[in-house]
Design a protein around this ligand. Structure first.
Ligand SMILES: C[S@@+](CC[C@H](N)C(=O)[O-])C[C@H]1O[C@@H](n2cnc3c(N)ncnc32)[C@H](O)[C@@H]1O
Length: 530
């Protein structure tokens, strides 16, 4: 057992602490808003994260929202120490990381507007699970929203079978790295043993092996080899919410709540069997998807929720969408037929709506940031003078139309709704700047998180370049600094497998990667204003 080493598996094998956009107060705020609540503005809120590891999720939130305060707790002293070192260097004053067990969370703590619990609930014993929901009930402000992620059935019946075998095979091994290696080796062996069979078991092993190859050892250790891993059916989790005095608000991935995203016949049957009951609907959708993980938002049970999403305008919110017209499509608002749009991830959607067609290029122009619906409506109105039938629409009417259209796109999972603009600088000038925390993480090997709260992977050279973009250095100075780093052997620059040390050759070789990295950082939402 790994616990024989320190008594805390997360001290022995720290978890890579990343940012999770689905936990961001922006997301929680918007979904609460859509269901008729008046959540606390994210620019001035209090956030608690339980099991924050070394703060990879909380610190970037705190930097992006300087008017809000953030508290993270974790029972792993080693992870909190790591986080505190970064925190001290970052100079952030609005975030605190505390070494504290969830069970010892003080009853008299101040309330929070947003409580985040990611990757913990299923992996802790029942008293801690109960305490997590107690904390959500006791410490949420009246319009507060909590996020809890957890493993679910039916999907975990299949994954759990593999976990049982991995635990059986590696359970006697004390060294965590060896345990993980043995667990991986077992699945590898089993998959090979049944590879030629045309069976569900063979396909299951193949899928798990593919997943295991993509994830790091820390993930395998904590996901599969922890002592506790207790999945539940969604309806059982909902019963626990009720017992705690909470209620289901929605899922952090909003579009997963929409039965109409399934084929028509499936959606119709789902409607029939769920009888307009949202809990039954969610449960049946898990059955259809063989769901294995949920990211549920919850609020006080006394809040009257309005489920007619789209019925109320969201003109005070912001929208973002990276869609471009698909090849050959006619995006002109005057074209009354359907126009196909394509997202960078390959997803497509169609619209016949002329106001939306006029809006989408403006929204694309604002990407990777979001644009306020009111601002968007004014621009659409100015450019296109939209009409309904014989009548021209006023700016407010355009805003109302766009509200409904973007709620629909959000429900499809092809556009974002946000409560604010992210302050992304889109033009990469001569002195590009990324946030202080991103530069610090680039130097310390931490996660690289953009203003959209996404973790982005960069190669070593990308990291080195990002670490120098402080808004003071020109691109030429960045080049000189990189050349200095390479000639003093602090970084390695290669061409055709040969390490380069000649300064002139280095200058020649490094110009392009600097230009490319800066452009790609601009597109990915890393650049901030000077
Ligand atoms: C799988 S990690 C998830 C970390 C982070 N939330 C994330 O998703 O990246 C689980 C975290 O919960 C912490 N944890 C487990 N039991 C805890 C408890 N009883 N009190 C506080 N933290 C706990 C662990 O130390 C670890 O950092």
């Amino acid at each position: 057992m790994a616990d024989e080493t320190t008594g805390n598996t997360y001290d022995d094998v720290p978890y890579y602490s990343y940012a999770y956009p689905q936990t961001h107060p922006d997301r929680l705020n918007v979904i609460a808003h859509l269901f008729g609540m008046t959540p606390t503005p994210v620019e001035n809120c209090r956030v608690l994260e339980l099991g924050c590891a070394s703060g990879g999720n909380l610190l970037p939130m705190a930097e992006a929202l300087p008017g809000s305060t953030f508290l993270g707790i974790d029972r792993s002293g080693r992870q909190i120490d790591d986080g505190q070192k970064i925190l001290k260097e970052s100079g952030l004053k609005n975030v605190e990381l505390q070494h504290c067990d969830i069970l010892d969370f003080p009853k008299d703590s101040e309330p929070f507007d947003y409580i985040l619990v990611h990757g913990i609930y299923s992996w802790v014993p029942e008293p801690v699970q109960k305490k997590i929901l107690d904390i959500c009930k006791r410490h949420l402000t009246p319009q507060g929203v909590a996020y809890v992620s957890y493993n679910i059935f039916p999907g975990w019946h299949m994954r759990g079978m593999l976990r049982d075998m991995m635990v059986y095979h590696s359970g006697q091994i004390a060294d965590p790295a060896l345990r993980v290696a043995e667990a991986r080796a077992l699945i590898d062996f089993l998959q090979g043993a049944v590879a030629t069979q045309d069976s569900a078991y063979s396909r299951l092993l193949q899928d798990e092996l593919k997943l295991l190859k993509r994830v790091n050892d820390s993930y395998v250790f904590h996901e599969h080899l922890e002592d506790h891993n207790e999945p539940v059916y969604f309806h059982q989790f909902n019963d626990r919410l009720k017992q705690a005095g909470l209620q289901f608000l929605g899922e952090a991935n909003f579009h997963t709540m929409m039965a109409r995203n399934f084929p028509e016949k499936v959606a119709a049957t789902l409607q029939k069997v769920s009888g307009n009951n949202i809990i039954r609907m969610e449960q049946y959708m898990d059955f259809v998807r063989n769901g294995h993980f949920r990211q549920t938002l919850m609020v006080h049970n006394s809040i009257p929720l309005k489920r007619d999403v789209g019925g109320r305008p969201i003109t005070d919110l912001f929208v973002a969408c990276a869609a471009m017209p698909a090849e050959g499509a006619d995006p002109s608002p005057a074209n009354a037929g359907p126009t196909a749009y394509k997202l960078p991830n390959g997803r497509q959607f169609n619209t016949t709506k002329s106001v939306l067609k006029a809006a989408l290029p403006i929204v694309r122009g604002a990407w990777p940031d979001a644009i306020g619906i009111q601002d968007l409506a004014e621009q659409v109105h100015e450019q296109a003078s939209p009409r309904t039938g014989d009548r021209s629409l006023s700016v407010d009417e355009v805003a109302a139309v766009l509200s409904a259209d973007f709620v629909q796109l959000y429900s499809l999972g092809v556009a974002e709704i946000r409560p604010r603009s992210l302050g992304v600088e889109k033009t990469a000038g001569d002195k590009p700047k990324v946030s202080d925390l991103a530069r610090l993480y680039a130097k310390t090997g931490g996660p690289l998180i953009n203003l959209r709260h996404e973790t982005i992977k960069l190669n070593d050279m990308g990291r080195n370049i990002l670490g120098l973009l402080d808004g003071e250095r020109t691109r030429d100075m960045v080049l000189s600094d990189l050349v200095d780093l390479a000639t003093s052997n602090k970084i390695k620059v290669q061409r055709s497998g040969q390490v380069i040390s000649d300064p002139d050759t280095l200058r020649e070789v490094l110009v392009k990667p600097i230009g490319d990295t800066v452009s790609s950082l601009a597109n990915q939402g890393f650049l901030v204003g000077g």
